[in-house]
Design a protein around this ligand. Sequence first.
Ligand code: PMP
Length: 363
Amino acid sequence: MTQPNGPQPRPGILDIAAYVGGEHQGHIRLASNEGALGPSPKAMDAYAAAAATLHRYPDGASAALRGAIAKRFNLDADRIVCGAGSDEIISLLIRSYAGPGDEVLYSQYGFLMYPIGAKSVGATPVTAPEDGLTASVDNLLARVTPRTRLVFLANPNNPTGTYLPASEVARLHAGLPPDVILVIDAAYAEYMNKDDYTAGEELVEKFPNVVMTRTFSKIFALGSLRIGWCYGPAGIVDVLNRVRGPFNVSTAAHVAGIAAVEDAEFLDRSRRHNEQWREWFSATVRQLGLTVHPSVTNFVLVDFKGQPAGKDDAEAARQFLKARGILVRQMPSYGLPSCLRVTIGTEQEMRAVADALRDFLKG
Ligand code: PMP
């Protein structure tokens, strides 16, 4: 593929379909897995106070934010790297460790930034089929080749809402050659309450080839500020610090992130709210006759497959909801065309989506 005029980008760049985020114009925005309760009021205050220093460059080392994260999650601050969203961390990892001819492996319904990142450096994205809607360790390991450089596992996964238990993640790591990096993308980790779940910290502590990525965009509800971070072995942290931009996280993001991560009460409330309304919404929509795939995250997949003709069309349902000002995400780009992904919002929002789905099925 080439562009009609002007300089051509590197091979493979024009094979990338630009990432299209969730829609923005609507009263009820449940298309992007944003935190239902908005940010902690303490984070909003800290953000506002940062206005007085807008003329100053931020601390390029993100030291205070790394310190607050380390304290909250009981980690070593020197092994944390902060970035402009975990998107940046994902792309830094791929840029640093993969190039033309290399392969980046991930699971069938994995996050779209993995193939975008791979293609942007001339590497080949490789997918492994899932078992139902859950990543399969056997299928991932079967697709490792001498060219594999990184394996991405979103745990829990977006958009399926499923997770792999710690024993399966350990089995995946144990099956990888030592020169392949396992990236555990734990963007939704804070929503988890399962005893057999781990975001992977203990693997990062033990092995030089495991990285865990996290974000402030989900339960901390600071998506607009673009704050992500990773926890990694010293060697990988050193590499990421060499390639990242010098001031990749703003002062406003630092101070709001610190306030958010220190507000344990708000975090707890957000987690309880999410669980309550995820379970309510799932049960209510199942009673309407739709399939709702079990989720451990702040979103659910509603599946229209098997509905009577005309009611089995997820895109028609999306448009019906949109006409009521309700934005949800249709998932054809992930290979799930019969599904809508609905983020868990406020009580009022969840009741409105359930009512609209009822009307769609009736109408
Ligand atoms: N990983 C996963 C699995 C996600 O769902 C998302 C957000 N959609 C991200 C990473 C990126 O989040 P952010 O860049 O906002 O940190």
